[in-house]
Design a binder for this molecule. Sequence first.
Ligand code: KG4
Ligand code: ZN
Length: 331
Amino acid sequence: MYILGIESSCDETSMSIIKDGTEEIATVVLSQMDTHAYYGGVVPEIASRMHVENITIVLEEVLNKANMTMDDIDAIGVTFGPGLIGSLLIGLMCAKTLSFVFDKPLIPVHHIAGHIYANNLVKRLEFPLMALVVSGGHTELVYMKEDYSFEVIGSTLDDAVGEAYDKVARVAGLPYPGGPLVDKLALEGKDTYKLPLPLDDDSFNFSFSGLKSAVINLVHNEKQRGNDIIKENLCCSFQNRVVEILSKKTIRALKKYDVHNLIVAGGVAANKGLRNKLEDECEKNDINLIIPEIKYCTDNGAMIGAAGYYAYEKGNLADLNLNAKATVPLK
Ligand code: KG4
Ligand code: ZN
């Protein structure tokens, strides 16, 4: 079964053709990163306009790349939420139009389900599993006992982890998106700045705004005293607290739910500090760890095509009344 996966929830216009939820036939990703970097973050109105300009080009290119036509496609999977409402609507309108004109089933895909199923393109998921979803908009621990069954056991109470990375990067004077740069500098620095371990409690929830504020206050105080900030050390100290709390709660969740498979998903899954720490912890605790290649960590149509297959198998279909949702729980 060939699914056309469409993703436009933020600043990437992407489509992919995926066979049977596991095999990537072709993918096209048109990123708007350079435009938004100029403003220091994603500007929603500009994002939607650029999706309008790009979406038909992406469709044509993905079909060309796969050497296919719409007749070869069996169904259309599309991100319907969560995300920027204007951006979501462009991908969704495209999906609904294709579904109507070519008479193909329409599969609504939750963006986070997509991030999780990106791993299915690397290796078939084994259940039960725990997914740590870490991105610019999400920080969630999701328990899955079988395909397309999601139980969110913990999430962030405030900032998402990627958001905290981007804000810390900004106070450190690094360009947007700062996450990858903070990661790079962290690996060159030492853990010298005293920062709190955030929300170190018995729950599986996370909180990053306190840690972010601690970094901002530290930078301001040092500036007032006329001291220079050692960026590498600041990034290292921040990253160590983030990685420590993420891995501590994830390992505890795996033990509590008696799960031996861990997958990491979302843009922050690219973080080397997090990868290294989880590799060590999983080895110690006899847990199979899967982290996708970097190209599958950030937003793409392939993850939507992969998730769409399992949504379809569960009978998860929509009609042309399907609407985009800026926020929507994963279930
Ligand atoms: O999943 P994604 O592409 O978009 C969302 O759905 O949010 O994630 C983007 C986020 C950004 O906040 C970016 O700074 C962060 O992932 N990110 C990283 C790294 N690479 C990307 N954060 C920390 N370390 C990295 N290496
Ligand atoms: Zn994402």
